[in-house]
Design a protein around this ligand. Structure first.
Ligand code: PLP
Length: 435
């Protein structure tokens, strides 16, 4: 029997919102906490679970934050004007998008902006899977239905224009937001020009709103990210921020750029923001102006980061594929999404028939922490998992990459020295698979 502690005797009853009841902290946070607990118990754990940038915030941006530490006033709910202008200018410069500061909203992370968007929009949220872990729980919190759209590994986990058309055709006027995320978390894949053009054509035909989550855009390995906003400007909201390319996840700043035709959504979000978080952290907004204005030092930082991520992503891809996993070649960000189904029978003989058991057993038997594909909207029996290749010292790796000749990309020796835990983790997975 539950003994009532003296302090509980007169405490209020539990009345939790039904939408939140039974909800657990996000899977990425949970795997990180679990790994840290094992480490505290003296176990060695290679952390492939949490996907945050390994690299430091570029110096001009930390200098700007220091310089603006005294800024203490609330800022406009939509964001500091200089920042909104810098963001609009950044998207014009980088992507040729025509927007003004009026089309931009700044928030405490793009995750929060996505939550606001789901809250103010009245319609379906369609999410191709595998997808980032938070879109669906946000819908659940708000009591909304989410519509999954599974992609196929044979299509490199990309949504095809045909699939989008099949979704819309039976109910062409239904209000919908379709989420695109590329370079993608969890697959590391991206869309190519002709695919974007075709997807945009279908979206325009059905007047669907697209939320293009381009937070990893600057981490396209070749620096050639192309925004979906170029092809369907009147219906695309572009989402970005400083968490990934600028390494400033903990600073909490994200941005959305809207077409003027969707100003009603921006206005709705700003109204809710004004009644909830008021405005985004002031010194961080001032510092973000310098991040979005860019410059030589930031460009160099990005160029080196991409070189390391690209060499590491391709190396890990090669090693996993060589071991027999089915894995799409990453083209950006810092993730891989191997499919272990070729090992289905061998794994079943070891009592493993779903992705969660697979990850659990790998963690306990080899000390490698990955996240099961079901956290990304995939079926457990598909035996997929996400690997985040970021558990290395980014400051050290950047310094080492700095002295490599420009025509010499980081090779295996470099990766084994400066990204050692990642390479070791991949080796351990290979060894565990063939046990
Ligand atoms: C695909 C994707 N979108 C959005 C976010 C949220 O980024 P933030 O809220 O830090 O801007 C993340 C963070 O992990 C992500 O991976």
């Amino acid at each position: 029997m539950h003994r009532i502690a003296p302090h509980e005797e007169h405490s209020p009853d539990v009345h939790l919102n039904l939408n939140v009841r039974g909800m657990r902290p996000s899977a990425t946070v949970a795997i990180n906490e679990r790994s840290n607990r094992l480490i505290r118990e003296g176990r060695k754990v290679i952390k492939f679970g949490l996907g945050q940038s390994p690299f430091p915030v570029p110096r001009p941006v930390t200098d700007a934050l220091r310089h603006h530490a005294h800024e203490k006033d609330y800022l406009p709910v939509r964001g500091l004007e200089a920042l909104r202008l810098a963001v609009a200018d950044y998207f014009r410069r980088r992507q040729g998008l025509v927007s003004t500061g009026e089309d931009v909203i700044v928030g405490p992370g793009s995750k929060e902006l996505m939550f606001l968007l789901q809250l103010v929009y009245y319609g379906d949220l369609v999410v191709p899977t595998p997808c980032w872990v938070s879109y669906a729980p946000q819908a659940t919190i708000l009591g909304r239905q989410i519509r999954w759209l599974p992609t196929r590994r044979e299509d490199d986990w990309r949504l095809t224009p045909g699939q989008l058309d099949d979704l819309c055709r039976p109910d062409p006027d239904r209000p919908r937001i379709v989420v695109f995320n590329y370079p993608n978390n969890p697959t590391g894949g991206t869309y190519h020009l002709d695919e974007l053009r075709e997807l945009a054509r279908v979206a325009r035909h059905y007047r669907v709103i697209l939320l293009s989550d381009e937070i990893y855009g600057e981490l396209h390995y070749r620096g050639q990210h192309v925004s979906l906003g170029r092809f369907y400007p009147e219906g695309t909201i572009v989402s970005s921020g400083i968490s990934k390319w600028c390494g400033a996840g903990g600073w909490r700043l994200g941005v959305f750029v809207f077409p003027p035709s969707l100003r009603w959504l921006l206005d709705g979000m700003a109204a809710v923001a004004s009644e909830t978080y008021t405005s985004t952290c002031a010194p961080v907004q001032y510092a973000a102006v310098d991040a979005f204005r860019g410059g030589m030092e930031i460009e160099r930082h990005l160029w080196l980061s991409r070189r390391i991520l690209s060499a590491l992503g391709r190396f890990c891809h090669h090693r996993l594929a060589e071991a027999g996993a089915l894995v799409t070649k990453p083209e950006g960000a810092f993730y891989l999404f191997p499919d272990f189904s070729p090992f289905r029978e061998a794994l079943a003989a070891r009592g493993i028939t779903d992705d969660r058991t697979l990850c659990e057993r790998l963690l306990t038997e080899s000390g490698v922490a990955m996240l099961p594909g079901q956290e990304f909207g995939r079926r457990p029996d598909e035996l997929t998992a996400r690997i985040a290749t970021v558990c290395f010292d980014g400051v050290w790796a950047l310094a080492a990459a700095e002295v490599l000749p420009p025509d010499t990309p980081p090779d295996e020796t470099f990766l084994r020295s400066f990204c050692a835990p990642v390479v070791e983790g991949i080796d351990l997975i290979r060894e565990w698979l063939h046990r």
